[in-house]
Design a protein around this ligand. Structure first.
Ligand code: CP
Ligand code: NVA
Length: 312
């Protein structure tokens, strides 16, 4: 592993959930608790003083930008925000050259982009840690926040059941990685034609993944029900087709009633009320979506700290 002059910790990236070990994920979840408590009590937590985070957005964002930017400032560092259009990436500068240059000047990079191969190419030419802020394939920071939120509300997630209602996308593939690593069961119900790709997932054990044609059956016995937009960023051309295909996969009170009585509802947001979820559910008593959004910041602060200075 390469060690750059700027880093106290060996060079590691977080491009997908499995880039960290189970113990490291559990450490981050514990550390995020401490960091969140400090934040709530106005106790300064300046572990990344003078460090700089560059954020590269090739897709839109509200939560990812605000949570990383506010989080880095709270840790004592600073942030540079780049988008495709306001950088030379939009004028065809190779991603490898961008990585070589940016990573000589900053300590850490967060990227939101399209193909996973694009962030991998960036990371393999970067001198500093690279964090996946969403690709077509994965959204590991979001799942870290979701698991932290579940633990906060309901205790350990091992042995529990998470129901995913929606397509095979960056969120569901990351949920599956987390289920395998942390020992919970993932129920998945996707409309026909939008199932998880067997070539990508291999053959997960039956206690890790159960797939259902009927979304109500997938919700039965779940401790957490979660969904996402019907059309992820980059797939807008499929919008009309998806709206027709997903009509029976809206999370409503009927679906929630199949889950355990104390089940929570999550959505990574942005949400479309009346499409993938009804207003009654997302604005109802089982919904923890606002804590979930806030927790992005706390877990990412723990992650940035870990990648730059290791365990504390
Ligand atoms: N959940 C999430 O990543 O939100 P943004 O697209 O607003 O960053
Ligand atoms: N699956 C969604 C998540 C948005 C945060 C997308 O990729 O657009």
């Amino acid at each position: 592993m390469t060690q750059t002059p700027q880093q106290a910790a060996p060079l590691r990236h977080f491009l997908q959930f499995t880039d960290l070990t189970r113990d490291e994920i559990l450490y981050l979840l514990d550390r995020a608790r401490i960091i969140k408590d400090d934040f709530k009590r106005y106790i300064p937590h300046l572990t990344l003083h003078d460090r700089t985070l560059a954020m590269v957005f090739e897709k839109a964002s509200t939560r990812t930008r605000v949570s990383f930017e506010a989080g880095m400032y709270q840790l004592g560092g600073s942030v540079i925000h780049l988008t495709t259009n306001d950088s030379q990436l939009g004028r065809s500068e190779p991603i490898e050259d961008t990585a070589r240059v940016v990573s000589r000047m900053v300590d850490l990079v967060m990227i939101r982009t399209f193909e996973q191969t694009r962030i991998e190419r960036f990371a393999s030419h970067s001198r500093v840690p690279v964090i996946n802020g969403l690709t077509n394939e994965y959204h590991p920071c979001q799942i870290l926040a979701d698991i932290f939120t579940f633990i906060e509300h309901r205790g350990p997630i091992a042995g529990k059941t998470v129901a995913w209602i929606g397509d095979a996308n960056n969120m569901s593939y990351t949920w599956l990685q987390a289920a395998e690593m942390l020992g919970f069961t993932l129920h998945v119900s996707t409309p026909p034609g939008y199932a998880l790709d067997p070539a990508r997932i291999g053959q997960p054990a039956p206690h890790v993944l159960k797939q259902f044609d009927d979304p109500a059956e997938a919700c039965r016995g779940a401790d957490l029900v979660t969904t996402d937009v019907w059309t992820s960023m980059g797939y807008e051309a499929e919008n009309a087709e998806r709206r027709a295909a997903f009509a029976g996969w809206r999370v409503d009170e009927r679906l929630m009633s199949q889950a355990n009585a104390d089940a929570v509802f999550m959505h990574c947001l942005p949400a479309h009320r009346g499409e993938e979820v009804t207003a009654e559910v997302i604005d109802g008593p089982q919904s923890v979506v606002w804590d979930e959004a806030e927790n992005r910041m706390h877990v990412q602060k723990a992650l940035m700290e870990f990648l730059l200075i290791g365990k504390r």
